[in-house]
Design a protein around this ligand. Structure first.
Ligand code: ATP
Ligand code: MG
Length: 233
């Protein structure tokens, strides 16, 4: 059997007690998590507040390192990679979508989506045509010239998803991407994630409190107290 795209082996992330503070005991944000995810998978991570979902996503993003255990994404060992390798991983292989969209409000929708390609040194014409492809995918082709501050929250999030995919990452991570949206906006965002999964544009790992989002995933990972409580289809 081929190796899974993402492999976590006995991963823990402990935060030591704050020195001198009261009630500041050590916290095991993740406690011996082992998990494998395939490259064509749409995975939803669910569980109560504080169970370690964002911690897990930060580790997968190479923004933080485990205090014990191993994490591989493809061939890259995130637990031991040097800073240069992690920077290159984040730039080339990864897209991230947050609850609060982190777009540049005074730039147009198209400029926001182009920006990662321009920063990577790609010519403007190619960056714009690639951005427009993604804006069509997320249903915002007609809004490409609008300023971000003229969009609804759901439209902002779809712009953020287009931006996260523009450089063809292998892995798209999202932390509560519908957490700040009304139900109509959330439904449109979910449609976009379904399209990303159906077209196998990237492996998708989404942390969510939404039953609709979790229900759309092919794989569901339920966490509790820093551990994986259950996984299922
Ligand atoms: N920098 C930190 N220092 C100490 N403890 C931390 C730190 N970051 C997170 N934690 C603790 O680790 C645990 C897991 O946090 P995490 O943010 O991963 O939870 P979560 O599942 O994403 O919760 P939510 O659904 O509320 O976003 C929590 O108990 C949290 O207080
Ligand atoms: Mg969180």
């Amino acid at each position: 059997m081929p190796e899974s795209f993402i492999r976590l082996r006995h991963v823990s992330r402990r935060y030591e007690a704050a020195s001198g503070g009261e009630g500041g005991g050590a916290v095991a944000a993740l406690d011996d998590v082992s998990l494998e995810l395939a490259a064509d998978e749409f995975t939803a991570i669910t569980g109560p507040s504080g169970c370690g979902k964002s911690t897990l996503l930060h580790l997968l993003a190479g923004l933080d390192r485990p205090t014990a255990g191993e994490i591989f994404v493809g061939d890259l060992a995130l637990h031991s990679a040097g800073e240069d390798a992690l920077t290159s991983y984040r730039r080339k292989d990864l897209g991230i979508v947050f609850q609060f969209f982190n777009l540049l409000p005074t730039m147009s929708v198209e400029e926001n989506v182009c920006l990662p390609l321009l920063l990577a040194g790609q010519p403007l014409a190619g960056a714009r045509s690639r951005a427009d492809e993604l804006l069509d995918l997320v249903g915002l082709g007609a809004r490409r010239g609008h300023f971000v501050h003229q969009l609804s929250g759901g439209e902002m999030q779809r712009t953020a998803i287009a931006r996260a995919l523009v450089h063809r990452p292998r892995l798209l991570l999202a932390d509560e991407p519908t957490g700040n949206l009304d139900s109509a906006g959330a439904a449109r965002v979910l449609e976009v994630f379904r399209a990303v999964a159906a077209q196998a544009l990237a492996a998708l790992v989404i942390v969510t409190h939404s039953e609709e989002v979790a229900g759309a995933a092919k794989r569901r990972v339920r966490m509790r107290d820093g551990r994986v409580e259950a996984t299922g289809q």
